[in-house]
Design a protein around this ligand. Structure first.
Ligand code: FMN
Length: 331
């Protein structure tokens, strides 16, 4: 699963490469479970009563349908976030919709919440052998839904018994109008419904994931709404619709940009979120993290955990373990 495997993946178009990676991880999960002890749990982090064995998590979107969870934990992640899952299955946007920007170490995607629906993913989660790390379930609304708040509430109610935490994703740029849910009063209504939906014998922690394209006032509003509605942590951030200077021929593709060109923005938004929250909300940083140094910078800037996705494409499947080891070496 290191560099040679990657060169094979780079011969394929991005979405086929993604499919092959998921299939391989599935197999790796099936045969790799005996290696449970390789999970590095020397620097646990606690958020909302959950103990994350290490601070490196897989960001949502790689394993949307929870097909390869065991294999992903086998790569050394302390947490794996599956989804985004919607109440009903949906095909997503027309292909091509996933682009590697190799010269920029970036990805642009306009997948559009392609997923098999929350029920089939939850059935796979329920059938998992004992988990080694923390499992997050990221929920969203169907594109053609006429009750988006209802979709989120349903997702939370269904995921709550099985998830270690649930992420409310209102920050994907690929479902028209979705990101409008990030501003108040829409966000208050949505989070109140999500908070109510998780009430049961187990109060599953609720995380909110925001876009890096929110300005300072937008971040402040989202944080206020999150705190008022008992959200347990904020993930900063999803992909950006902005376009910093890029070299690749795919630079003009529509969609969310992630990877190295998102790094500065994601770091800046983390700092804004830290200032705006004054420590009242645990922060999780995502966006362009590709090394132990960058993970350390985010932690020093106020993140309790970090999540990665795009760097796996360029730095290989050994990256989570390298980051965990690198962080440990720095103490
Ligand atoms: C192909 C692709 C699909 C994604 N799908 C989702 C998704 O379904 N839900 C979500 O919350 N974030 C999704 N993301 C965003 C990532 O979880 C992450 O927030 C973002 O890519 C920034 O991190 P990175 O620079 O390490 O990739 C997706 C990202 C990529 C590249």
């Amino acid at each position: 699963m290191g560099y040679p495997f990657q060169s094979v993946l780079f011969l394929l178009d991005a979405e086929r490469a993604h499919r092959l990676a998921i299939t391989s991880l599935k197999l790796w999960g099936a045969i790799g479970t005996p290696f449970a002890s390789i999970m590095d749990a020397s620097h646990p982090v606690e958020i909302a009563g959950l103990v994350f064995p290490n601070p490196i998590g897989l960001a949502a979107g790689l394993d949307k349908d929870a097909e390869a969870v065991a294999g992903l934990f086998g790569l050394g992640f302390g947490s794996v976030e599956v989804g985004t899952l919607t109440p009903r299955p949906q095909p997503g946007n027309r292909r091509p919709r996933l682009f590697r920007l190799v010269e920029d170490e970036a990805v642009i995607n306009r997948m559009g919440f392609n997923n098999g629906g929350i029920d089939s993913a939850l059935a796979r989660v329920a059938a998992l052998p004992k988990r080694r790390g923390v499992l997050g379930i990221n929920v969203g609304a169907n594109k053609d839904s006429d009750d988006r708040v209802g979709d989120y509430a349903l997702g939370v109610a269904k995921a709550a018994p099985l998830a270690d935490y649930i992420t409310i994703n209102v920050s994907s740029p690929n479902t028209p109008g979705l990101r409008d849910l990030q501003s108040r009063p829409a966000l208050d209504e949505l989070l109140a419904a999500a908070d109510a939906a998780r009430k049961g014998e187990k109060r599953t922690p609720l995380f909110l994931k925001i876009a890096p394209d929110l300005d300072r006032a937008g971040i402040e509003g989202a944080i206020r709404a999150a705190i008022d509605n008992h959200v347990d942590a904020l993930i900063v951030s999803n992909t950006t619709i902005s376009r910093p200077p890029l070299q690749s021929t795919h630079a003009a593709e529509t969609g969310g940009l992630s990877g190295a060109p998102l790094r500065e923005l994601a770091r800046a938004k983390l700092i804004e979120a830290r200032e705006a929250s004054g420590g009242a909300l645990p922060l999780i940083s995502a966006g362009g993290i590709d090394s132990p140094d960058e993970a350390r910078r985010r932690i020093d800037a106020g993140a309790r955990l970090v999540q990665i996705y795009s760097a796996l494409v360029y730095k290989g499947a050994g990256l989570p373990r390298r980051i965990v080891r690198g962080l440990n070496a720095r103490g």
